[in-house]
Design a binder for this molecule. Structure first.
Ligand code: ADP
Ligand code: MG
Length: 682
């Protein structure tokens, strides 16, 4: 029996009314439920008294409620504060946005709470702990109670029970997918055991064995799918492009020498062009490493061989910048370069589109507007996507389908350690520009606590006095775009009326229309605005060489990768630039210290990988991969490497998935990729 085609409604306890809620969670089949892993567990093993609680540990305490207060902080934020005690000490508890708890919790009641402990002076604190029900559903392990991500209409108790029922069902019907040799070689437990223990772990060891197996399995299928696509692509023939001389002529016209890394990557691209098969190459290069010039040379070579080339950027600002920047150079070669963005007048757009269709126009730079159906090419030879993580793979394939196996170049400034890049971009070859142009002065970075905020803005004023400009970034608030916007507006007003009253302070945020954004950005470029307050929209490749200061407010809310990207907006000229990371939570200082120590994006990402594990990298932006449970499991680098090795072995022995004993694996890979446009390529 196939558990993927057995509807969850076959399980007793899933009524028609409940079915809808399960489907909301993406659970349609029994297998979906089995793979709907808990987001965490209540650990009843670690039962302690308040006095015994240790900083940072996950623990369970039973306490009496002495006092409850509810406070609405702002529109979307309600706090419930409890004061509790047991015989050994006081515990303060805070819940964010869990108003429904007020019905459950009353003064005088005894409750059991599980959560992370913070020790303060004189008392102990827990934030958003799990409140335990009096008696958990029977039958399963009492030590770890799974907690699932829920939707309105479902309770932990219901999902726990259904998960338990599904496991009972699986006991009879579940088939192992990974062959015995593989499990032996990499010390992986059986599938049923893994699923039982990911939902209802018997203990710490069983849980980690389960995680290891499931993480391996997931990575194995993922890399196998990507590896297969890559093999397939290798077979596809692409345009043969051989006019490299033009790239040298172009390089001679530049006001600066190319870096060795730029030259090397260009050679790697040329080798692909020459080989005749379709290129699928990722160029990774830190911010400011000069990826655009490499793209320009590839475009030139392509046009010289009478093919068309397209460069797609994620924002209009960026597309225009590329266009303005490259136009003077490309025109010297008498090649027609056009811009195509949504905000252009219809007539103008039509003109560009017709030029592309007839082949009169050989090079085009643009945004998503390039994806429109009516944009067709005469003879498309090269597709380049800049800052590719912003698009996902989908956009790329829409563009490539406008030609016949055109070469594909994707550029990203998100440095990912090589080992991981090989996985995340498993279907691509990877080139790295690991060198910055000469003469750049590294940005000086300082972490500033709340008390130093005055000093930071006094420093900004000094820079403005010299005629330089500044970015001020306020963080993304994931829970609420409205709150994010309010924050940005408040900050702009604050700065304009206090520290920076003698200067023009502009505002840029995600809710603005494209034209409004462009207008603000242009004013900043021209210097009419000296300070730009923005949400994280500036993250993507904007070039304002005159900006020498970057202030990041609430820096603790950012990941290192984002901070690094943001910092890359300054330090783009030969002037000394500065970056201030303003903290309102001192606890984050330690994590951010690496930013003061280095400006090397690869070093930062290696550090991040070591500290937080590869799961984070998968989590950040999905990178256009099939939507899987990635990032819900914590991967170790060891598992990543093991899966990689297993995939290589598998592909070497059965590249076409022909062997009957591998059918289950093939099915699993197909399933993973099936809701994804990749499916057609497998
Ligand atoms: P990124 O890799 O972040 O996309 P860009 O291509 O925008 O970087 O380049 C950043 C700046 O460096 C641009 O102003 C570009 O003209 C300049 N640049 C590119 N290559 C070199 C080089 N070899 N030497 C000096 N400056 C360069
Ligand atoms: Mg760039």
């Amino acid at each position: 029996m196939n558990l993927f085609s057995t509807p969850i409604s076959n399980i007793s306890g899933v009524s028609d009314a409940r079915l809808v809620y399960f489907q909301k969670l993406g659970i349609f089949s029994v297998a979906d439920m089995l793979y709907y892993f808990p987001k965490n567990y209540e650990n009843r093993m670690n039962v302690k008294t308040v006095h015994e609680l240790q900083e940072e540990e996950l623990a369970t305490v039973t306490v009496r409620i002495l006092d409850i207060s509810t406070r609405r902080v702002r529109q979307n934020l309600t706090l419930i504060s409890l004061l509790c005690e047991d015989d050994t000490g006081e515990l303060k508890v805070t819940f964010f946005n869990q108003k429904y708890l007020t019905q459950k919790l009353t003064v005088g009641k005894t409750v059991t709470l599980s959560g992370k402990v913070a020790r303060r002076i004189g008392y102990v604190e827990m934030t958003n702990p799990a409140v335990q029900k009096e008696s958990p559903a029977s039958n399963f392990s009492e030590n770890y109670i799974p907690r699932y991500a829920l939707t309105k209409g479902l309770t932990q108790g219901v999902v726990q029970k259904i998960a338990f029922e599904c496991l009972k069902f699986a006991k009879e019907h579940l088939a192992e997918t990974l062959p015995m040799e593989l499990r032996k070689k990499y010390h992986l437990c059986e599938l049923l055991y893994a699923l039982e223990n990911i939902h209802f772990p018997k203990g710490e060891e069983e849980l980690s064995a389960a995680k290891k197996r499931l993480a391996f399995e997931e990575l194995f299928y993922l890399m196998l799918g990507l590896g297969k696509i890559k093999l397939q692509q290798k077979k596809a023939m692409g345009p043969k492009l051989t006019n490299y001389k033009i790239a040298e002529e172009f390089a001679e016209k530049l006001p600066f020498p190319l870096t060795n890394a730029q030259k090397r990557v260009t050679r790697e691209i040329c080798a692909d062009f020459k080989a005749g098969h379709q290129m699928n190459r990722l160029v990774q290069g830190d911010v400011g490493s000069g990826k655009t010039m490499v793209a320009a040379m590839a475009m030139l070579i392509c046009a010289q061989s009478e093919y068309q080339a397209v460069l797609m950027a994620p924002t209009e600002i960026l597309a225009r910048q590329h266009y303005e920047g490259l136009k003077p150079y490309l025109e010297e070669f008498h090649l027609s370069l056009e811009l195509l963005v949504a905000s252009m007048k219809k007539k103008e757009k039509d003109r560009v589109i017709s030029g592309l269709a007839t082949g009169e126009t050989s090079l085009v730079i643009g945004t998503h507007a390039l994806l429109y159906d009516k944009v067709q090419f005469h003879k498309l030879g090269l597709v380049i996507t800049d800052e590719q993580h912003r698009f996902g793979v989908k956009a790329r394939s829409v563009l490539t389908e406008k030609g016949e196996n055109p070469h594909c170049l994707v550029m990203t400034a998100t440095p990912i350690p090589r080992t991981l890049a090989l996985i995340i971009y498993g279907d691509l070859d990877v080139s790295v520009i690991d060198e910055l142009p000469q003469g750049r002065t590294p940005v000086k970075t300082r972490i500033a606590g709340e008390k130093q905020r005055d000093k930071v803005y006094q420093f900004v004023v000094k820079e403005l006095e010299k005629g330089n400009q500044a970015f001020v970034v306020c963080p993304l608030i994931e829970e609420s775009e409205t709150m994010e916007l309010e924050d940005a507006i408040r900050l702009q007003e604050e700065l304009q009326t206090t520290y920076l009253q003698d200067y023009q302070v502009g505002l840029l945020h995600g809710r603005m229309k494209a034209e409004e954004k462009d207008a603000v950005m242009n004013a900043f470029l021209k210097g009419d605005i000296q300070v730009l307050v923005s949400t994280t929209v500036v993250e993507v490749g904007v070039n304002v060489p005159n900006a020498t200061v970057m202030v990041i407010e609430n820096a603790e809310r950012f990941g290192l990768a984002s901070l690094h990207q943001l910092r890359g907006r300054v330090g783009r000229s030969n002037k000394q630039s500065y970056c201030f990371l303003n903290l309102s939570d001192e606890k984050a200082r330690k994590r951010l210290e690496i930013m003061e120590k280095t400006t090397d994006g690869f070093a930062i990402s290696e550090f991040d990988l070591k500290n937080r594990g590869p799961g984070e990298f998968f989590g950040i932006r999905q990178h256009g991969l099939p939507s899987t449970v990635l990032s819900r499991l914590s991967y170790t680098m060891e598992t990543v490497r093991a899966a990689k090795q297993a995939v290589e072995f598998f592909l070497a022995n059965d590249p076409d998935f022909q062997r009957p004993e591998n059918k289950r694996i093939f099915d699993a890979v197909n399933r993973m990729f099936s809701r994804h446009h990749y499916a057609s390529q497998l």
